[in-house]
Design a protein around this ligand. Structure first.
Ligand SMILES: CC(C)(COP(=O)(O)OP(=O)(O)OC[C@H]1O[C@@H](n2cnc3c(N)ncnc32)[C@H](O)[C@@H]1OP(=O)(O)O)[C@@H](O)C(=O)NCCC(=O)NCCSC(=O)C[C@H](O)C(=O)O
Ligand SMILES: [Mg+2]
Length: 285
């Protein structure tokens, strides 16, 4: 499996059937795009959407944005044809909805070969099998499907997402244990910037790499929430400097702002600065 080293702060869903949205995305500040053939496309348009998407990707213009195609499930009448078609399109990964076990990814890989796979984590069974799914050799990223998860769990939708916390936590653990990326679910109220910001911050605190989005208006908030802040960058630089100074005197612990700094904190500080460099590189691409 090829590990993603680029930022995935903002991952925008675009219905594969909507020409206008497919075109608009060429100029939007999204780190990644999920070209959707599943829930955003009505059954009557699914076959035509495959063609529309193939044309859009052939025409190109998406720059360095990571391009992911979400196909329909392989247990649907469209899934296998989607997979065969997606494997021939110019994309970076293929996203399978409602993954329940590693066998689902095996079945997709039989059709798509070496293309990296992403998995929608959106059923109770997937939460319980997260560790095994995360260890699949072709899996590159987990995507939380919080709408489907809410539906299957019969939860009440709460601002603090308490009913989802076990599932979100299990998936974050599975992704980190396997060294793959993981992005949070969508915030449905796309005109509610404040609620979106709160949920982005919560996802960032939990260790998600970014958030999936349904509307361009959500991009800036996600990009900011999942970027290191000025204060975090400043602290990282000072931690590295203080630790290097301490090491030069033969000591293994420094103190910055009243807190100890050991080699593991320096590793985090270096990751923070590397992420900033990766974000800066996106802007020059
Ligand atoms: C939610 C929407 C239906 C709203 O659409 P619309 O009313 O057209 O919005 P606007 O008029 O405000 O749009 C302004 C312009 O922005 C473009 N646009 C809108 N959405 C997108 C988009 N996602 N990507 C790119 N461009 C977009 C419009 O074309 C307008 O452009 P212009 O006219 O040139 O100014 C709509 O946003 C939408 O369809 N969003 C995507 C919905 C979707 O993909 N849903 C499926 C994924 S969510 C999911 O399934 C998660 C998971 O599986 C789970 O279980 O949780
Ligand atoms: Mg879903």
């Amino acid at each position: 499996m090829s590990k993603i080293t680029r930022p995935l702060r903002s991952v925008l869903y675009i219905p594969g059937s909507k020409d206008r949205a497919l075109d608009k995305a060429r100029g939007l500040p999204a780190d990644a795009i999920i070209f959707d053939l599943e829930d955003a496309v009505i059954p009557e348009e699914k076959t035509a959407a495959r063609e529309t998407l193939a044309t859009a990707l052939k025409d190109g213009g998406y720059g360095s944005r990571y391009k992911v195609i979400r196909i329909n499930g392989l247990d649907t009448e469209w899934g296998a044809d989607d997979a065969r078609a997606a494997a021939k399109m110019d994309c970076d990964a293929i996203l399978l909805p409602k993954v329940g076990s590693p066998a689902d990814l095996d079945a997709l890989a039989e059709i798509t070969g070496d293309i990296p796979l992403w998995a929608m984590m959106e059923t109770p069974g997937a939460m319980l099998n997260a560790a095994a799914i995360g260890a699949h050799p072709k899996l590159q990223c987990m995507v939380m499907g919080t709408n489907d998860l809410n539906k299957d769990l019969q939860t009440r939708v709460r601002a603090d997402r308490l009913p989802l916390m076990t599932g979100l936590g299990l998936c974050v653990l599975a992704a980190k244990a396997n060294g793959i990326a993981i992005v949070d679910g969508v915030y449905n109220a796309f005109k509610d910037d404040e609620g979106h910001r709160v949920e982005c911050d919560q996802g960032r605190d939990m260790g998600f790499d970014g958030k999936t989005l349904i509307h361009p208006a959500q991009l800036d908030v996600a990009n900011e929430a999942f970027s290191p802040s000025e204060a975090e960058a400043d602290l990282a630089r000072r931690q590295i400097e203080a630790f290097d100074e301490m090491q030069a005197t033969g000591q293994g612990v420094a103190v910055v702002d009243g807190r100890i700094v050991e080699n593991l904190h320096v590793a985090t500080a270096r990751e923070t600065l590397a992420k900033l460099d990766a974000i800066a590189a996106l802007q020059t691409e």
